[in-house]
Design a protein around this ligand. Structure first.
Ligand code: HEM
Length: 667
């Protein structure tokens, strides 16, 4: 715990029941200032509360008026503390209450819930956190044991990405299943289900649960009217987002991802995620148009019934299509009149109609839209062969479920497998979870959306069959898809290396404005500091900017701008963290991203015991399509001549991860 004075000794405080539910009934009095001026931190999670408890010796009213008080500070840091006390009073007065909301200090550790009580008090609800005490910092016995045995993220990452010979053995035994089950349950358990907060509700409410137009939130917003924008730490004003982006995020020199991630991966990431990341322009930040909150393939079928109907052929379950030079492509909007986002220079006859409004932006997105459209219609043919009596509706609906299953299979076994760099072979098998308690539901979180802004993947220009295209030539290039055809584009995307995402200065100037928008959004929605998220996802908070970046120069600049590592924002933290050895980004992106991702994938209803059976997918044929799907099959079963296709460039694939290209034998 950072900087929270605990009053009477944490852990033994009256009102907290050791080993009990930890719900403290008597409100804590508001602290008059944050603890001891400097950074007093007790390791990860909640150790710091003890430091807070010791700083409580004497409280001296400092004649601030309006009930504002600050304790007599230790000699060192006196000025800082006085300044802080003034700050607190100012903020309290600004709130019209004369006191600071104690939850601005983020006093509750280990997932304890902070509730403001009265004007100056707070309570931490430690129920089922495994901790007790005023600030949920005292571990129960089993928690103590668990913490003792729990390896650090860096340790298990190292093990999982080394000793290939060892993993080759493990992967052929039942231990693979055991480990996969462990990965799934540990990760998915970090995501609250049902969802809890959202950007308007920092407490549990029916509205936050029932109104699916909101993205959910894992951590509630920083309370309104805190002393500083990030709670109580850092400066009164956050650094200018444009300045932050230009100084720390703007790419100076292209750095290829060290593990050879390619453009085929980058466009897959963008295509796949834009079915559930669809921030609402009308309702504003914090709201989504993708009400399915997961893998529903709304980017193929539209996010509402009207759009779906415009895109459907209403024959044999199929989607509308057009044939050009003997190849199937998505129809034009003249044939499937759906709203698409194109610049005004693109006439309607050249606008492809796709499930997602924005997919005209990039030929890479059009390629995936084409592949999935072909796959849908191919699956419909297979279903019709087995079920000649089925209606168009049943063929359509069943094909959709098969494609959802295929998507999840590809995402886990090709996409996440590549991204993780693990030698453990990841497995999509919903039955792994049938023995455990697991909620088959999902709600997309605003934090997940923020962290997935992987614009660093984008290169400085796009190389198609040896020809270089600038952003200007590539964006909204509506003729490229049919001029080159799917094979040529897949091969080119698979051979062009993508950029590294993490480590700072990785974003091309053409997309830097998106990063600026992400930072602005996080402020508007009052996302909690990066270090609070580190703790929430089981990591130790960083103690300094140097520890975050692993170097001195940028760290010093950041310190200057933010004033305190505990005031660093979520998205800059993720992008500026030193990458893992040979990794595409840092530890936090993995530790925070993986739980959202796995929960979203396995939380899909098709993974539930009620759905996961052949009949859901039209019988054994459909079930088999789901169970054997791969990126390679998606491409090669839907083109005439199978190109090089993988999520890594050929050189990396040769001596790369266990599931390198060409490993599929089912074609
Ligand atoms: C040249 C390629 C790309 C361009 C021009 C581009 C452009 C944009 C733009 C203009 C936005 C909307 C920003 C806003 O509303 O403030 C956006 C959002 C987003 N982009 Fe990209 N992007 C590209 C590639 C990618 C890639 C490879 C990813 C990786 C997953 C990605 C992930 C996202 C996400 C998650 C959002 C938020 C979507 C939402 O909430 O609606 N983008 N991008």
């Amino acid at each position: 715990m950072q900087g929270w004075p605990s009053g009477p000794g944490e852990g033994s405080a009256a009102g907290a029941v050791p080993g009990g539910p930890g719900w403290r009934r008597r409100p804590r009095p508001v602290p008059s200032r944050p603890v001891g001026g400097g950074r007093q931190r007790g390791g990860g999670g909640g150790g710091g509360a003890a430091a807070g408890a010791t700083a409580d010796a004497a409280e001296l009213p400092l004649a601030m008026g309006g009930g504002c008080r600050a304790r007599a500070p230790p000699a060192a840091g006196l000025r800082l503390l006085l300044a802080h006390a003034v700050l607190l009073c100012a903020a309290g007065s600004a709130a019209g209450t004369g006191s600071v909301n104690p939850c601005c200090y983020f006093p509750c550790q280990n997932q304890g819930v902070c509730v403001r009580v009265g004007l100056r008090g707070y309570e931490c609800d430690c129920t089922r956190t495994g901790y007790y005490g005023v600030n949920c910092t005292s571990p129960e016995l089993w928690t103590r044991l668990h913490n003792l045995l729990k390896p650090s993220p860096a340790f298990y990452h190292f093990i999982l990405t080394h000793f290939k010979w060892f993993w080759d053995i493990i992967n052929s035994t039942f231990i693979r299943d055991t480990l996969m089950r462990l990965v799934l349950t540990v990760r998915a358990n970090l995501i609250p289900s049902p969802p809890t907060f959202n950007s308007d509700y920092g407490y549990i409410s029916w509205e936050a649960y029932a109104n699916v137009s909101y993205y959910t939130r894992v951590l509630p917003p920083v309370p309104a009217n805190c002393p500083t924008p990030m709670g109580t730490k850092g400066k009164l004003q956050l650094p200018d987002p444009q300045l932050l982006a230009e100084r720390f995020l703007l790419r100076q020199k292209f750095e290829a991802d060290p593990r050879g991630t390619n453009m085929m991966f980058a466009f897959f990431a963008q295509h796949f995620t834009h079915q559930f990341f669809k921030t609402s322009g009308k309702m504003g930040r914090g709201f989504t148009k993708a009400l399915g909150h997961g893998v529903d393939l709304g980017h193929l079928y539209g996010d509402n019934l009207q759009r779906q109907h415009q895109l459907r052929l209403f024959r044999d379950g199929k989607l509308k299509f057009q044939v050009v030079d003997g190849e199937v492509y998505p129809p034009m909007v003249t044939e499937a009149p759906v709203h698409m986002v194109y610049p005004s220079r693109v006439p309607q006859e050249q606008q492809l109609a796709m499930g997602q409004e924005v997919f005209g932006l990039l030929p890479g997105l059009c390629v995936y839209a084409t592949l999935w459209l072909r796959e849908h219609n191919r699956v419909c043919d297979l279903l019709k062969r087995d079920h000649p009596t089925w209606s168009d509706e049943q063929l359509f609906q069943t094909a959709r479920l098969i494609l959802i299953g295929e998507t999840i299979k590809i995402v886990i076994e090709d996409y996440v497998q590549h991204l993780s760099g693990y030698y453990l072979s990841l497995k999509f098998d919903p039955e792994l979870l049938f023995g455990s308690q697991f909620q088959y539901r999902n709600r997309i979180a605003v934090e997940f959306n923020q962290l997935y802004h992987w614009h660093g993947l984008m290169p400085d220009s796009f190389i198609i069959q040896g020809q270089e295209y600038s952003y200007k030539q590539f964006l909204y290039n509506t003729s490229m898809l049919m001029d080159y055809g799917v094979e040529a584009l897949v091969e080119s995307f698979s051979k062009q290396v993508a950029g590294r995402i993490g480590g700072g200065q990785t974003i091309n100037a053409n997309v830097l404005h998106v990063a600026v928008g992400v930072i602005q959004e996080s402020r508007q929605l009052r996302l909690q500091p990066f270090n609070e998220y580190r703790k929430r996802f089981g990591m130790k908070p960083y103690k300094s900017f140097q520890e975050l970046t692993g170097e001195e120069e940028k760290a010093a600049e950041l310190e200057e701008l933010y004033g305190d590592i505990d005031a660093l924002e979520f998205y800059p933290g993720l992008l500026l963290e030193k990458p893992q050895p040979n990794g595409i980004f840092g530890e936090s992106m993995v530790e925070i991203g993986a739980p959202f991702s796995l929960k979203g994938l396995f939380g899909n209803p098709i993974c539930s015991p009620e759905y996961w059976k052949p009949s859901t997918f039209g019988g054994a044929t459909g079930f088999e399509i789901v169970k054997t799907a791969s990126l390679e099959k998606l491409v090669c079963l839907n083109v005439k001549k199978c190109p090089y296709v993988a999520f890594q460039v050929p050189a990396a694939a040769e001596h790369g991860s266990p599931r390198a290209a060409g490993s599929s034998t089912e074609l």
